[in-house]
Design a protein around this ligand. Sequence first.
Ligand SMILES: [Ca+2]
Ligand SMILES: [Ca+2]
Length: 366
Amino acid sequence: MFQKLLLICALLFGINQAYLSAQRIATPTAEDFVASGTAFFNGSGCYSLTTATQWISGSIWYKTAIDLHQPFDMELKLFLGCENQWGADGMVLVFHPYLGRQGYRGEGIGFAGLYPSLGLEIDTYRNGHLEDPYDDHVALMANGRPHHALSLAGPNRIPNLEDCQDHKVRVQWQPSARRLTLLIDGRQVLSYTGDIIKEIFNGNSKVFWGVTAATGRYVNRHEICFEKLVFTKVAPLGRLDKSAIQLLSKGKELILPKLQFSSGQSQPQGIAIEELNKIVRYLRENPRAIMEVNTFTDSSGDEQRNQELSNLRATGIADYLRSRGIPKRQIKARGFGERFPIAPNNTPVGRRKNRRVVFRLVKPIV
Ligand SMILES: [Ca+2]
Ligand SMILES: [Ca+2]
């Protein structure tokens, strides 16, 4: 029992510490994926998902779970066959807690029935009873339900993809903005903003992703190649240094000088994210702490605009902390605009000091 408890503690600690940093996989090999159904690795960084044969489906799944609290960026090349009018059925990029599963063939495109799941559908065959548009189309579907009355986004019509050509597909996830975007051949064709982790996966952020394809009465060849996968590897979250922790525990104000926004920006990026991760770690380790996050600007430009920007930055930080699993009750974020300067606004050094994010515990921890 004690050993079990230790193991659970170790796991929790590991997860608490974990965050994902960019890891590029140039050319994935067969070892990176699990292939199901008719899918097979063709040896040149590409997979065949289906041949042009009736009623089959094939899928590949990336073996390592990804954390939806972290961003990802995938660039793929998809081949959806040569038969336009009588070609079917398309491909779906699926996110699902289980590895290697397959949904229904035909109009289900290999993802229908997978629960819980999120499916980015690239559909090349019109099924009228599912409210498919006449043209090829994309949509974001929840929980393996292929009817478009239940789409989270779309269906959006796109130009014909069954043209015997490769098509560039890019999928990006930005957890701080909770935005998923899909680009085909360089054009954004779908965007969705929502709390995917909570609404679809019931709070579980660790999911697998795969690509499914299927044929039915009508057929096409479906293939996928990888241009670039930017994922994540586990690394420890940064920790606030001792003096910072002391300031907080005494109820004093803490400013992280590297936590800066570029001009006009309201979403934390780059080094600002690394600094915020220290706050994430602190709040995880002190779950009873309630943190005030106050944002200030310098006095350059319009006062009202500064107030608005500072409100947006406060919200941007709160959203980021929440996207890393910090409960809403632990964060009180507020923008003060150019009010309460701590240095003169007539020098660059002073203005830099005034542009700040101030952290303070509402109720100090003793
Ligand atoms: Ca369809
Ligand atoms: Ca088509």
